[in-house]
Design a protein around this ligand. Structure first.
Ligand code: KG4
Ligand code: ZN
Length: 343
């Protein structure tokens, strides 16, 4: 089956084609960074309008790169949620209409499930079961993945998501949007020995996260060192080290508790090199393997949606004709289309 995948949940329009036999054939992306940068964050209405403008040309580009015509497609998958309602509606209306006109099935898929399975698009994909650390702008979760649609939440953030913490801290440090990559760059210039920030919730058992205390600690440190030009980079470094350390501790615990030897890291914050290097060390020490998508497939993209759509459509899952979307959608509500009753 050849599946067109459409991602439009936030500030990136992604369109890709996945072929069940040949793998990923093409993926096209438009990032709205320039549109939102002047406002210091994503403006939902501008995001929706830009998705509408980009969806058709990006679809043409993905088809051309794959050397295919629309008639060669066997199905369309789109992000149904979670995400910004208007942005999701732009993608779902486009995907559903195109599928209807081609008389092929369309399926709305879960954005975080797509992130979770993105490492399957790489060489040496992880076998089930694996532990996944999902770290994006809206979510921070540790999930035990037994198979497609079989997810057990091991822990999650009780307040800010990891990406949100990066973005808010970046703002404090007067860095431009998007904050995560800018903060990583500044942290690289920082002195790791100058400040030591707390590692939240690592002194008690459990796999939940909390980043709001760390944010306050960072805010106070910024205020205390106003006027010191070198402090910004040192603060960025201390913040990143604290987040990376916290995640490393929780991932090690999750591997220990589950006895699983494979760790997957996905979502936008998974693009952070310090986090990738640190988790590689954690895995090596435990004789476990760690699997990342390439950087372009860590942040939002259409390839992960096309891949997930293929898994579900090839297993026979079908949606109705409505193009409803949802801002909130729990990962644990999902099922395996081959065994819908399996937990
Ligand atoms: O998965 P994603 O592209 O979109 C969502 O589904 O939210 O994740 C975006 C988040 C943003 O908060 C962004 O600042 C963060 O991922 N991010 C990073 C890096 N690249 C993106 N955070 C830290 N270091 C990075 N290199
Ligand atoms: Zn995402």
């Amino acid at each position: 089956m050849r599946i067109l995948g459409i991602e439009s949940s936030c500030d990136e329009t992604g369109v890709a084609i996945y072929d069940g036999e040949r793998g990923l054939l093409s993926h096209a992306l438009h990032s709205q960074v320039d549109t939102h940068a002047v406002y210091g964050g994503v403006v939902p209405e501008l995001a929706s309008r830009d998705h509408i403008r980009r969806l058709a040309p990006l679809t043409g580009q993905a088809l051309a790169e794959a050397g295919l015509e629309r008639a060669d497609l066997d199905g369309i998958a789109y992000t149904r949620g979670p995400g910004l309602m208007g942005a999701l509606l732009a993608g779902s209306a486009f995907a559903r209409s195109l599928a209807w006109s081609l008389d092929i099935p369309a399926l709305g898929v879960h954005h975080m499930e797509a992130h979770l399975l993105a490492p399957m698009l790489e060489d040496n994909p992880p076998a089930f079961p694996f532990v996944a650390l999902l770290v994006s702008g809206g979510h921070t979760m540790l999930v035990l993945v037994a198979g497609l649609g079989r997810y057990r939440l091991l822990g999650q953030s009780l307040d800010d998501a990891a990406g949100e913490a990066f973005d808010k801290t970046a703002k404090l440090l007067e860095l431009p949007y998007p904050g995560g990559p800018a903060l990583e760059k500044l942290a690289a210039e920082g002195d790791p020995g100058r400040f030591r920030f707390p590692r939240p919730m690592t002194d008690r058992p459990g796999l939940d996260f909390s980043f709001s205390g760390l944010k306050t600690h960072t805010l106070n440190t910024v205020h205390e060192h106003r006027g010191d030009p070198t402090a910004r980079a040192d603060i960025a470094r201390a913040f990143q080290d604290a987040v990376v350390d916290t995640m490393a501790i929780k991932c090690r615990r999750a591997l220990e508790q589950t006895g699983v030897g494979r760790l997957v890291v996905a979502g936008g914050v998974g693009a952070n090199q310090a986090l990738r290097n640190r988790l590689r060390e954690v895995a090596e020490k435990r004789d476990a393997t760690v699997h990342y998508p390439r950087l372009a497939l860590c942040t939002d993209n259409g390839a992960m949606v096309a891949y997930l759509g293929h898994c579900r459509l090839a297993a026979g899952q079908r949606g109705d004709l409505s193009f409803d979307v949802t801002a909130r959608w729990g990962l644990e509500e999902l099922t395996d289309p081959g065994r819908p009753d399996a937990a």
